[in-house]
Design a protein around this ligand. Structure first.
Ligand SMILES: Cc1ncc(COP(=O)(O)O)c(C=O)c1O
Length: 396
């Protein structure tokens, strides 16, 4: 049996062909494939606009900038996420306030956020960054109500959940990142994610003003549009119109562009997104059935409608033992995540053990099992049998 990682990309001949064709074209960066990818992605998630960027972290940073996060402003997020969900606030000098998770869903507990908000004057918190952790969709309708009550914005971190959805109070399916409730949503195209570009990211929104601002910030704050220029035609060196070479840097932006050949890979991958999602759901079903009612498994991701299954997580009694045993069997399970608030960077800002007990308890037992569309039946059976063998060997 070849080593089995917890996640991996799936690259087909069509993907390779798409990249090669773009490499042979006139554009390597910011060419027609970017716009094509943005349109296809917006249509996939059901948003009005999409902005392709270099990676998910860049997407978060641009969102925090577009929403004007200021030094000292407080923003709420979950401790059970990749650090980038929180770090984007710090890039802008804001303060990250971690709130505890719901031990059943592993997502932020909205009641705890409400308590946090009620304990301070309105205006204390600028925004919330809920994460569709592991692929489980956050109910953003509830978050929108809360955010409106307290005048806050929402950035939905959808890195784990493209294609995921929740059902709103009217019974309508709401796709993650569709922009109906969050101001902005972000995605990552890292190889372990549903759609792989190598590195890559996307921001989706239904807000035209934010969309335009993101386009500008993605490329150094530069605009090339004579309806938006601040300097005069004369200053620019023109007579009746701005000369064609003219452009203006109006804000402090970055180079967070995606290349055209990465976009070509993204377009090709996106065509198989639903197929991959179906496969992920069938793997989840198989794990769920294999572990249901087993004493050793304290909790598991389960079979949840709208879950996009970036990860399938089980909580177990002897996590270290199981992790090491699986490694010996060449099964490379992973831990998602060490709580962000206990990372030295954040604990040096005052966060300590005991602050967020549900997240800390979850961390003690969580382990992510292999979950990717090309995981075949034989490999899945091997993973399940190895876990069962471990429990028997250890008397569970
Ligand atoms: C929840 C979450 N947010 C943000 C990111 C950052 O994305 P990237 O690695 O593309 O910068 C990741 C990537 O692992 C993630 O899992």
């Amino acid at each position: 049996m070849n080593p089995i990682p917890y996640g991996r990309q799936h690259i087909t001949d069509e993907d390779i062909q798409a990249v090669v064709e773009t490499l042979c074209s006139d554009y390597l960066t910011q060419g027609p494939k970017i716009t094509e990818f943005e349109k296809a992605f917006a249509s996939y998630v059901g948003s009005k606009y999409a902005v392709a960027v270099a990676n998910g972290t860049a997407a978060l940073h641009l969102c925090a900038m577009a929403l004007n996060v200021q030094p000292g402003q407080k923003v709420i997020t979950t401790p059970i996420t990749f650090a980038a969900s929180a770090n984007c606030v710090r890039y802008c000098g804001g303060e990250v306030v971690f709130s505890d998770i719901d031990p059943d869903t592993y997502l932020l507990d909205i009641q705890k956020i409400r308590s946090l908000l009620e304990a301070s004057p309105k205006g204390t918190y600028a925004g919330i960054i809920p994460v569709d952790f592991a692929g489980r969709a956050v109910n953003l309708e509830e978050y929108r109500k809360l955010a409106d009550e307290y005048g806050m914005w929402i950035i939905e971190d959808v890195c784990h959940a493209p294609g995921g959805f929740f059902t709103d109070s009217k019974g309508t399916k709401q796709l993650c990142g569709n922009g109906n409730y969050a101001d902005l949503a972000i995605f990552s195209f890292h190889p372990v994610k549903h759609i792989a570009c190598g590195e890559g990211g996307m921001i989706t929104t239904n807000d035209e003003a934010l969309y335009k601002r993101l386009l500008k910030l993605r490329t150094h704050g530069i605009v090339k549009d004579d309806t938006q220029y601040r300097n005069s035609i004369e200053f620019a060196g023109g007579v009746d119109t701005y000369p064609l070479w003219y452009m203006e840097m109006q804000d402090l932006g970055y180079n967070y562009r995606l290349t055209d050949f990465q976009a070509a890979l993204g377009i090709s991958q996106l065509k198989r997104a639903e197929e991959g999602l179906e496969k992920r759901r069938s793997i989840a079903q198989r794990y769920h059935e294999a572990f249901a009612g087993k004493d050793f498994i304290l909790s598991q991701s389960g079979v949840i409608q709208g879950h996009a299954y970036h990860l399938y997580i089980i909580e177990v009694k002897d996590r270290l033992g199981l992790y090491n045993y699986l490694r010996e069997q060449k099964i490379f399970a992973q831990i998602h995540y060490i709580p962000c608030h206990l990372m030295p960077y954040y604990s040096e800002q005052g966060w300590k053990e005991g602050d967020l007990p549900c997240a800390e308890q979850y961390y003690k037992g969580c382990i992510s099992l292999p979950m990717y569309p090309t995981l075949n039946d034989e490999q899945m059976a091997y993973v399940i049998d190895s876990i069962k063998k471990f429990t028997i060997l250890n008397g569970y």
